[in-house]
Design a binder for this molecule. Structure first.
Ligand SMILES: Cc1ncc(COP(=O)(O)O)c(C=O)c1O
Length: 359
């Protein structure tokens, strides 16, 4: 699970370790108002992998912060207040990010949240027409929903969403915090849908494990952002930037993204073979982002796999999620799959409470 999808280069990647320790010897902190050589190196490296036409970047420390900035920029740019988000969404737990996150369990204790927010049905292209795009500052969407259990929307849904945003002057924010940086087999998951977003949020693997987030914005939007509109003491921190420069240049110069695609296909094929188990419901995968939906709660499976040396994640109550580092190879997949088979066999045999099984 690579630390919830963070350690995309794995743990102890030599160049990353060296860059962080070299930087720590020089200077660890430099506020965004002063020049930093590490920040310049990061920006140069990142621009080589930045989504098309998004050449301005706001640096912060986490995914939720990147989403906060995106929502603020969209309000200032459009002078509209309303946001559109989708069922199943997860964008973080600060007030703005939580306001566009669908899960009522996370929202309920903290009302009132930021308003107004309209939630559409994720993946339902027809239902988009009911949403008030012409009054919306922004629509925010994950190109593949992670927390909801690796939900992959149709091309039709994503294209229609983009078109409605463009037509109505609503800013399209693609949240690539979990899906970006090669995770799905392309540098950015929105490239699978050939989208041209106005803003992209990124975090998780950006600093290779050092906390770092970013909001990448179009030229038009960048023009209306003034110094002081949005800032944070640690944003663009030299240590994070030194690490981020290694991550960005490694993704640009090696075949890791392609590796995520090739090894991801192997993982996907292997997972589809779990369909003979009674406790299996469905598998879903895109690159190295994969899920096994079960007919039982995930807990025993996750714990038994852990005992056998395989650390997985979960989504909701019934889904096992996998977000391995992009450096995994076929052998790692084989090992993981064989552990999963042995755990599935044990649990499948012992469970008498499997519901909804019709085979
Ligand atoms: C798609 C998405 N957006 C936003 C976030 C929030 O990021 P953070 O936990 O760094 O605040 C996450 C975290 O899992 C995420 O997956």
């Amino acid at each position: 699970m690579a630390g919830y999808g963070v350690a995309i280069l794995g743990h102890g990647y030599p160049q990353l370790v060296k860059a962080i320790s070299d930087q720590a010897r020089k200077v660890i902190t430099a506020h965004g108002s002063v020049y930093s050589e590490a920040r310049e190196r990061f920006l140069e490296a990142f621009m080589k992998i930045s989504p098309q036409k998004l050449e301005h970047i706001y640096l912060c420390n986490s995914g939720a912060e990147a989403v906060e900035a995106a929502l603020k920029f969209a309000r200032k740019f459009t002078r509209r207040k309303l946001f559109i988000a989708f069922s199943g969404s997860y964008h973080g737990k600060t007030f703005g990010a939580l306001s566009v996150t669908a899960n009522e369990r996370y929202r309920e204790p903290f009302h009132p949240l930021i308003e107004p927010v309209f939630f559409g049905e994720y993946g339902n292209a027809e239902a988009l027409e009911k949403l008030p795009f012409d009054q919306a500052a922004a629509a925010i969407v994950e190109p593949v929903q992670g927390e909801a259990g690796v939900r992959i929307p149709s091309l039709k849904f994503m294209k229609e969403l983009e078109e409605r945003c463009k037509k109505s002057g609503c800013v399209l924010i693609i949240d690539e915090i979990q899906t970006g940086l090669g995770r799905t087999g392309k540098m950015w998951a929105h490239q699978h849908f050939d989208l041209k977003p106005d803003m992209v949020t990124v975090a998780k693997g950006l600093g290779g494990g050092v906390p770092m987030g970013a909001t990448i914005v179009s030229d038009d939007i960048a023009k209306i952002i003034q110094p002081g509109d949005q800032s944070t003491t640690f944003g663009g921190n030299p240590l994070a930037c030194a690490a981020g420069a290694v991550v960005a240049s490694t993704l640009a110069e090696t075949n890791l993204v392609q590796n995520a695609s090739v090894v991801g296909e192997e993982l996907k094929t292997q997972l589809s073979r779990f369909s003979s188990y009674r406790i299996f419901k469905e598998s879903r995968a895109m690159g190295l982002m994969a899920a096994l939906e079960l007919r039982i709660r995930f807990n025993p499976l996750l714990m038994e796999a852990l005992k056998k040396g395989l650390l997985t994640l979960y989504s909701g109550r019934n889904t096992i999620r996998m977000l391995p580092p992009l450096v995994v190879n076929s052998k790692h997949v084989e090992t993981a799959i064989s552990i999963l088979h042995s755990v599935f066999e044990d649990i499948d045999r012992s469970r008498t409470d499997v519901v909804g099984y019709t085979n």
